[in-house]
Write a protein that binds this ligand. Sequence first.
Ligand SMILES: [Zn+2]
Length: 287
Amino acid sequence: MTDMPDRRLLLVHAHPDDESINNGATMARYAAEGAHVTLVTCTLGERGEVIPPELGHLSGAALGGHRLAELKDAMGALGVADFRLLGGAGRYCDSGMMGLPDNDDPACFWRADVDQAAGLLAEVIREVRPHVLVTYDDNGGYGHPDHIQAHRVAMRAVELAAGTGWDIPKVYWNRVPRSVADASFARLHADLPGLPFERAATVDDVPGVVPDEQVTTAIDGTAHAAAKAAAMRAHATQITVAEPYFVLSNALAQPLFTTEYYELVRGERPEERENDLFAGLVPGEAS
Ligand SMILES: [Zn+2]
């Protein structure tokens, strides 16, 4: 793998669309800069609610296949060529929202053996040798079982790979600083009468909002805002975009963030907020 770029970023997500919502600007920026960007998505989102009425007939495997095509289009918009489904497409299926009987489906990701799933991800880590891994916090950002499981599997895979060939120097969780969320929702409320959406979400609906001082890293993706919006639009079964806002199937408007924020949880915590996920890493230094 000596021909791999010096900067390699791996993102671990639960469903197609999560990557574009959380990290679309970051992915587009690093891909444009020539870094190797790898996305691992754990399920095809087969239990997602479908927004467009004309696609409302899609469910289960048919929805999963459709969402895989949406993911391909989104990755095209972001310029990311390396995207994979954990264990191959259909290996783990969507677990549905927390507390539903869907959570008991033996094929669902929530029921997956964490060590086994982490072993599959560790294979990807040993192959790609990322310098940076990005995933959710231990609540999965907002409590969806597949997001919680993606966190567990990602963090376990980091441990497994560290003992067997590749120690990832930096691991981040997706975050939004409280002050940024509050200011964005204030603007949203002012703009709402002119938007194609009737109601607004609240800050509590945004995954990963934490006190500002907890946020270690801000990635300014303003130059890649159009790519992020295009990637989100590609997930048309799940997202409706009206920049700089969007809605999910709950029809509640939310801000579309083009600066994306992170908390460093593995690696030396910076004294000042970083503006680069690879800050402090010397190419070739990681082992
Ligand atoms: Zn998700």
